[in-house]
Design a protein around this ligand. Structure first.
Ligand code: GDP
Ligand code: IMO
Ligand code: MG
Length: 430
């Protein structure tokens, strides 16, 4: 019985959906704690293949209560579509609840995200255009609208009117586009409110009840550590924290209540959107990884930038998340590689850096220092035991553990729930 956080260790898309779907088999509750529908978590299990943007990846187990926590920004239209999609496949969404404190993505958030990206032009961040920056900006500016507001129509109307008045001034004066209609948004969101009302509650007490009665809780992160607004490659980051620490705030727990923090890492690196990525391969190796691993954004379909594993960034991620162990995914993608490189340091002008720089402009200039390891010439997708993995694959993992100072608990050798090999695995649920 424990509280386990599962977080992305790199720039997102590490395979968090797969790992949560796997671990949720023995959990009682899964709580998404940050981000919004910028996330795309792929799950491949006996029900089929699904991309979840908001609903926790534990939804496939009838006994698991799923919570969209207060730290998540919810686009109600996306949530309702996602629920319908699951229901069409026979998956019960009756145990899904959303926090009354979760902020709502409004039509002006997605519009402003798009307009800002266009305005930045060459300096664009490459956001998912889902309204994430604007909704979290409104949250901290104290002008946001929360899920609970939908339960009181008069209050909702007042808040919407106040917010929209200013948004329309910005839209018409700064961006020179048409204003949005109060009536249209109000009617549409009242309809969403009616549909979502049975799900909206004070989930903090639901989570508290689960923890105090000794139930097993998974905290599902979104994005990855290097997209954190504080520690990531600012300003090329997202707008809510993907770190384990945010698991407390985004679910309503205290720091001492998280028992274990599992970081999900790919065996290589990928990134979607703009910003520095020292190990990016703009050559046939990078293209080969992208095609073999189908590295196209689960949310936007954009091609992901691919490159060798960056252990400098990885070590930083282990530290800022306080990771207990790692789930290493996509090891199968390296099948047949004659050799594999790992970045162990950066060269910056005449210096050798072994810690992750805070300045994106510095990182942009960093040249990776590589160590080369032997590859393996067999396919590992069907392997289920650590001892049966090729020696070179085991050596690669052992080197990553040394470089990251963190044990690898599990290794994933394919997208399916079954394609998993325990390494130094201690079940969190015993
Ligand atoms: P998330 O955002 O961290 O949940 O990751 P995504 O779902 O965006 O991207 C991970 C992609 O890799 C998905 O298409 C998964 O089905 C797939 N995947 C997950 N683990 C593995 C693995 O070990 N090997 C391979 N080949 N694919 C994997
Ligand atoms: P999951 O949970 C990968 C990236 C965007 C962009 C930056 C800011 O599936 O790992 P935003 O829309 O958040 O304002 O965009 O962050 N980004 C992700 N990249 N996986 C994600 O989520 C991401 N969510 C946001 O591409 O570079
Ligand atoms: Mg993803």
């Amino acid at each position: 019985m424990a509280v386990i956080a599962v977080v992305g260790g790199q720039w997102g898309d590490e395979g968090k959906g797969k790992v949560v779907d796997l671990l949720a088999e023995r959990a009682d509750m899964v709580v998404r704690f940050s981000g919004g529908d910028n996330a795309g978590h792929t799950v491949v299990n006996p029900y089929g293949e699904f991309t979840l943007h908001l609903i926790p990846s534990g939804i496939f187990y009838p006994r698991v209560t799923c919570i969209i926590g207060n730290g998540v920004a919810i686009n109600p239209a996306v949530l309702l579509t996602e629920m319908q999609e699951l229901q069409k496949h026979g998956i019960d969404t009756g145990r899904l609840f959303i926090s009354d404190r979760a902020h709502l993505i409004m039509p002006y958030h997605t519009l402003l995200d798009e307009l800002e990206e266009e305005r930045r032009s060459k300096g664009a961040i490459g956001t998912t255009r889902k309204g994430i920056g604007p909704v979290f900006a409104d949250k901290v500016a104290r002008v946001g609208i929360r899920a609970g507001d939908l339960l009181d129509k008069d209050m909702f109307r007042n808040r919407l009117r106040a917010a929209l008045e200013f948004k329309n001034t910005v839209l018409t004066k700064a961006y020179e586009v048409s204003p949005l209609s109060l009536e249209e948004i109000y009617d549409q969101y009242c309809r969403y409110g009616q549909q979502l009302a049975p799900l909206i509650r004070d989930t903090t007490s639901t989570v508290r009840e689960a923890v105090t009665t000794g139930h097993s809780v998974l905290l599902e992160g979104a994005q990855g550590a290097l997209l954190d607004p504080d520690f990531g490659t600012y300003p090329y980051v997202t707008s809510s924290s993907p770190l384990a620490g945010a698991g407390c705030i985004g679910a309503g727990l205290g720091p001492r209540e998280i028992d274990r923090v599992m970081g999900v890492f790919k065996a290589y690196n990928s990134r979607v959107g703009a910003g520095p990525m020292p190990t990016e391969l703009k050559d046939e190796v990078g293209n080969f990884i992208r095609e073999k691993a189908r590295e196209y954004g689960a949310t936007t379909g954009r091609p992901r930038r691919c490159g060798w594993f960056d252990a400098v960034a990885g070590r930083f991620s282990v530290q800022i998340n306080g990771l207990s162990d790692i789930a290493l995914t996509h090891l199968d993608i390296y099948d047949g590689f004659p050799s594999i490189k790992v970045c162990t340091a950066y060269r910056f002008n005449d210096e050798v850096l072994t810690s992750f720089p805070s300045d994106a402009a510095v990182l942009e200039e960093c040249q990776p220092v590589y160590e080369e390891l032997d590859g393996w010439q067999q396919s590992i997708g069907e392997t289920r035991e650590f001892d049966r993995l090729p020696t070179e694959a085991r050596d690669y993992m052992s080197r990553l553990e040394d470089l990251l100072s963190c044990p690898i608990g599990l290794v994933s050798v394919g997208p399916d729930r079954k394609q998993i090999v325990p390494v130094k695995w201690i079940s969190p649920w015993e």
